[in-house]
Design a protein around this ligand. Structure first.
Ligand code: DGL
Length: 269
């Protein structure tokens, strides 16, 4: 049985926001981050490309000994998680686990009593209908108004958050018309827009950030699964791998993580 860090996978750098939150929640656990910066963004890509990249990234993290991998990327979770859990893991890595972010986010949203939920995400995440399908399984009576907001990732990655207010105001009109009581930020990058959203959204609309709601769900999972948590090494270390490393990626990565780190360049097999 392999022992090792918890793997965190994202299409690019946005998952470092989640990594920071996971490390704060589990300060003793070791983490290994893998960002597929060579292929980012996943949002506009085809289902087969996203599944291929995600499977190869998970394999890389398993080869490093991770007993558990979290797919922090909503786009990859929406497309690849079920297939990885049902078809790939049982045949290739039966003693490892892969978790996503969509079901824990929906559970946390419902637990707070919301019934008119709004969702923003990449084009792939929204058009896959995965959030709607998963919500139907948890509570079919709850409504979900969802909206693709494809300009937000490029704005976040190009130092463009200062230009985002009118974009967000325009994007959010249909959701506000639907009188949502909560807004799920269904993409790794979107916590970066939180303070702008707080300015724009009417009082009473709760912003659901995955950096806030998913880490407690991971703690809960590890408590319920000692066979996995016993295999997570505990020296509080973080390593980070990228499939393409540039000076800009290193700078933005360090900013998102809030700590100084050297990014290792790796190639997916
Ligand atoms: N990380 C992706 C997500 O959470 C957004 C970036 C991309 O399009 O690859 O959906």
């Amino acid at each position: 049985m392999s022992k090792g860090p918890i793997g965190i996978f994202d299409s690019g750098l946005g998952g470092l926001v989640m990594t920071k939150a996971f490390r704060a929640a589990l300060p003793n656990a070791d983490f290994l981050y893998l960002g597929d910066t060579l292929h980012v963004p996943y949002g506009p890509r085809s289902a087969s490309a996203i599944l291929d990249f995600t499977t190869r990234a998970i394999e890389q993290l398993f080869e490093e000994g991770c007993p558990l991998v979290i797919i922090a990327c909503n786009t990859a979770s929406a497309n690849a998680l079920r297939r990885l859990q049902q078809d790939y893991l049982p045949h290739h890595y039966p003693d490892r686990r892969v978790l996503g972010v969509i079901v824990p986010t929906l559970e946390a949203t419902i637990q707070t009593g919301h019934t008119r939920i709004g969702l923003i995400g990449t084009s792939f995440t929204i058009h896959s209908n995965t959030y709607k399908e998963e919500l139907r399984k948890v509570n079919p009576a709850i409504e979900l108004s969802s909206l693709a907001t494809p300009l937000l990732v490029p704005l976040a990655e190009n130092d463009g958050i200062k230009y985002a207010k009118p974009v967000l105001e325009d994007y959010l009109k249909p959701l506000l018309k639907d009188r949502i009581d909560s807004l799920i930020l269904g993409c790794t990058h979107y916590p970066l827009f939180r303070s702008l959203l707080e300015e724009i959204l009417p009082a009473g609309v709760d912003i659901i950030g995955q950096d806030i709601v998913v880490p407690p769900k991971l703690i809960d999972y590890l408590e319920r699964h000692p066979e996995i948590s016993e295999r997570v090494t505990q020296s509080g270390k973080l390593r980070a791998q990228l499939t393409d490393v540039t000076a800009t990626y290193s700078k933005i990565g360090k900013q998102l993580l809030g700590e100084n780190i050297e990014f290792e360049k790796i190639s997916l097999k």
